[in-house]
Design a protein around this ligand. Structure first.
Ligand SMILES: [Zn+2]
Length: 268
């Protein structure tokens, strides 16, 4: 396409409208594939900016742009004045009479001076289009303004959507949509502080010089005992298990350890 328009495009500054969002950063991208380098070499003959537009606006290239080899060429230079596809507009128009919010406006527009009706579509005085209660249309708009725009957060999506469209509970719907977006959930950064480095205990140099103890309590009673004390030598992993009580005090434990471990292996 560029080759065909070479004479017209040379020496003029022009803007390329594309619905492929990453293309707008293409000229400043650091790592380019071989194919992109070849294109960059060719396109450096022209003076142009790439501007991103929504896919729904870029209707003229929808079908051919699906063909991967033609994507770079055909996404370019497609300029259309349509905001939404005819099917979507028709769907919005048809759903007004069934919508409890818009129904009275359609019936008696004289009463609602803040609204204007043009070609069966309801606009606010600031030209925002009112989108009736059609789940598929609203979801499509949310997808376009969130998924296709780098998964921006609530504020940015609201800013971009509410500049052109309106429906009751718009911000609530945006919040709900973004909360349920799987990609956002996967990429959400963790709030936990980063885990520190592990500091393992030093390896003991002698047998029975370093021990660890653990209690296992609230066991079924056996001969009056309901807990056990596990003592282990850290170097040899020698284990001693002694019966005890859940209610044993610190002094009881000292006696127990002294009686069972220390008299045999000495003080750790
Ligand atoms: Zn998302």
């Amino acid at each position: 396409m560029y080759e065909a328009l070479y004479p017209q495009l040379t020496g003029t500054h022009f803007t390329v409208l594309s619905d492929h969002a990453p293309l707008q950063y293409w000229k400043t991208q650091r790592d380019l594939s071989k194919r992109q380098i070849r294109w960059l070499d060719f396109l450096s003959n022209f003076d142009f900016d790439i501007k991103y537009i929504l896919r729904i606006i870029n209707r003229a290239v929808d079908a051919p742009s699906c063909y991967p080899h033609a994507q770079v060429e055909l996404n370019a230079l497609a300029i259309t004045t349509h905001e939404l596809s005819d099917e979507v507009i028709e769907e919005i128009r048809k759903s007004y009479p069934d919508d409890s919010f818009f129904k009275p406006i359609i019936k008696d527009p004289e009463h609602y001076q803040h609204f204007s009706i043009r070609e069966g579509l309801i606009y606010l005085c600031d030209s925002r289009l009112y989108v009736a209660n059609s789940k598929s249309t609203r979801e499509m708009l949310l997808r376009q303004h969130h998924d296709n725009e780098n998964h921006f957060g609530n504020v940015k999506v609201y800013g971009s959507l509410s500049s052109k469209y309106f429906w009751p509970d718009l911000s609530k719907d945006i919040r709900k949509y973004i909360t349920s977006c799987m990609q956002c959930r996967r990429n959400k950064p963790s709030n936990q502080s980063p885990a520190g480095l592990l500091h393992p205990l030093p390896i003991p140099e002698e047998r029975f010089s370093d021990i660890v103890m653990d209690f296992v309590s609230s066991l079924p009673k056996s001969n009056g005992f309901d807990s056990i004390l596990v003592i282990m030598d850290r170097l040899t992993n020698y284990v001693l298990i002694e019966l005890t009580y859940k209610t044993a005090t610190a002094l009881d434990m000292v006696h127990l350890v002294y009686r069972t471990w220390c008299w045999r292996f000495g003080l750790p």
